[in-house]
Design a protein around this ligand. Structure first.
Ligand code: DX5
Ligand code: ZN
Length: 222
């Protein structure tokens, strides 16, 4: 771990008709913005792409952590970089040879990461850890917000934490899906550095308060 656990709300759960306002409301209290890009092919849902990322870029200085649930992520890296993405994460299930993805991200000055779905073993990304700024462990099956956290993935977070520490790497571990006040503690205890939270933040009655509560959980105050 390279510092305190960070909070990355997922805009997938925001009201897209008022996206700028929804982000602005919590911008000062969060660490990154998680942007779920879905293509209707790698996952059975379609969300948003570079045009929306470009609009977000002009609305906020927040780090845009772009989760690419798409079949051919390399093809879109240039337009994502031009739109203002900061980090891009691709699924190892979509790119079994991730080197072209990692090389292209480097060339474009994007932070790069790899994502593993719940059934995918953590070993699949270990050979690339030294190339990654982020490794993402999905704690739901990708495609939709608002699903229940799958605790069976936690040993993968522990395993990756050990692999990162033993190789003295600075790769961060992000956990994505079903994170709320009830599940965040276990994710942190397993070794997560970044918590993605969509529904529990943007669908809360008071999103700022929801972030503050999550922050308290991180600080061990609840
Ligand atoms: C799932 C996405 C998410 C997830 C987060 O495909 O990658 O980032 O929806 O949203 P919640 O917190 O609602 O699970
Ligand atoms: Zn995501």
């Amino acid at each position: 771990m390279t510092g305190p656990v960070r909070i990355a709300p997922s805009i997938l759960a925001a009201d897209f008709a008022h996206l700028g306002d929804a982000v602005e409301e919590i911008a000062a209290d969060i660490d990154l913005l998680h942007v779920d890009v879905m293509d209707g092919h790698f996952v059975p849902n379609i969300s948003l792409g570079p045009p929306v990322i470009a609009s977000l870029r002009s609305a906020t200085d927040l780090y845009l952590d772009c989760h690419l649930m798409i079949s051919d992520p390399v093809r879109y890296l240039e337009s994502l970089a031009a739109a203002g993405a900061n980090g891009v994460t691709g699924h190892i299930e979509a790119i079994p040879d991730p080197l072209p993805f990692l090389n292209e991200a480097d060339r474009l000055g994007l932070d790069a990461g790899l994502v593993i779905n719940p059934p995918t073993p953590a070993e699949a990304v270990v050979p690339y850890l030294d190339r990654l700024s982020l490794v993402v462990v999905m704690s739901v099956h990708p495609g939709f917000g608002g699903q229940s956290f799958i605790p069976d993935v936690l040993p993968k977070v522990e395993f990756l934490r050990e692999s990162i520490e033993s190789a003295a790497l600075s790769t961060d571990i992000e956990i994505d899906g079903g994170i709320d006040l009830r599940t965040a503690g276990a994710a942190i205890a397993a070794g997560a550095d970044v918590l993605v939270a969509g529904t529990s933040v943007f669908r809360a009655e008071d999103p700022r308060q929801a972030v503050e509560q999550l922050r308290k959980t991180i600080r061990g105050e609840t």
